[in-house]
Write a protein that binds this ligand. Sequence first.
Ligand code: N7H
Length: 496
Amino acid sequence: KINVKNIQGNILTGFSKDFQSFMFLKFTDTVEAKRWLKDITPEVATVEELQAFKDLFKLTKKRRGTELGTVQATWMNLAFTHSGLQALDVSQHELDSFPEAFKAGMKARANEIGDVGTSAPENWIEPLGSKDIHALLIFASDSPIELRKYIMRHATILESYPSIKIEFLEDGMDRADQPGHEHFGFKDGISQPGIRNFTQPANPENPDQGIPGQDLLHAGEFVLGYPSQIPEADPEHDGPNPNPGENSHSGPIWTVDGSYLVFRRLRQDVPAFRKFVEHTAEKLGISKDLMGAKIVGRYASGAPLESSDAQSRDAAMLPQQDPGLRCPFLLDDKNINNFEFGEDEEGKIVPRASHIRKTYPRDQGGEESRTQTHRMLRRGIQFGSSYRPQIEGFYPHGADTEYPQDRGLLFLSYQSDIERQFEFVQQSWVNNPDFPEKGDGQDPIIAQSPAGEFKMPLPTQGGCPVHTLSIKHFVTTTGGEYFFQPSIHALCILAG
Ligand code: N7H
């Protein structure tokens, strides 16, 4: 049974709030840091609280027939870096027992995950990646005013603890002009792994239940102390998993019910991405909509390019216009994630190096259980203002005069093993030009090399030529860190 009272809410339920802020703290006095922790632990929102809110929201929506429910909430969650746990006086023996990637921090893992060139840590925004980052407070709210008030309250609490310094504050928000869409214009936050004994499974007899295509994984993939997809006896095991694994575990015993959080500040070059899509579409004689979909694996509306329906599997006849706009049912829970890649082995419909296929290849190359050991719960949110060429034409320095092109994604993912999940995906799939097949190319959205190749079979009536496109680098890492997000019980232990 999942301990919903003990697990922080953003991990399993997800805040899903339009306004979120991230406050990075440094501790310089252990006793004071522990006192502060004791003070704020009662405010940390749990899975149980978030689920109760969701149920209430659904109920009001049903009653009022509108999503504009009156129920609103403001929440806080809390995580620590390895140096933060050290500053809280965790014993050396326990500190040593954490996994390598977490101990090293994201900056030290730059070579493993390909943060090179302009994405290299020496170009990151200070103090992101430095050992001065000890804790991360995540605030989330439906209302920007409530969020501000709540942050001010916490800033006031911090005034009574002068040894704790606010090192950095970053605001994230859903795009007002295109809600739910990231800055390149694509709907995000669609495909998430389901969790056994937590997520409602899809029911073929009742389409209102669950999301078809969302497989339910063992909770230990995302929270420590539960069965995982991998038998513990064979940590290298990457094949089908006949038996649920032993309880996933690493680090001290109090890490049970906690999760590792990967935070990445990813800047997106929207004008360059748009130009690339336009020029390439024109060169290949296809629409911009289809070109974008070939790169991402979904049209901008979120409509999947791949279909579960055999009749619409003619790769040469893919819609040129985004079908999600005309046929909103394609975006229903029933259809939006209900596909595999197995019958499109060659990537004629969804190129094998497209973003969603690289980051979760589903049944590519055989059993899906092989890829299910590398999943993450994504909790990202946008930062910066939307790119508006009309306005930026009037103001040569862009809409935001101080940082005209600083917009992108605050990527957050939860997993129980940073190396096997986030790092593996980034290194062995995304950045690897030979995955899944030799020469397929790199992920055109998030591969970190300055330039790379992207192989795109484009079926025409005459055959299926493979186009090898040279892709530039549209996403730059401007900071990041690995955190551990403890259970409520563990917060009490850390507070002493
Ligand atoms: Fe991605 N994008 O706009 O193109 N992502 N992503 N991502 N991403 C997804 O299914 C995007 C990033 C994953 O299960 C969609 O939710 C952008 C990182 C995974 O089918 C879109 C950035 C990593 C999935 C984007 C970015 C991932 C996924 C489709 C950076 C991990 C689910 C919507 C600025 C290393 C795949 C959806 C599945 C989906 C975009 C970052 C991973 C539109 C712009 C760093 C696992």
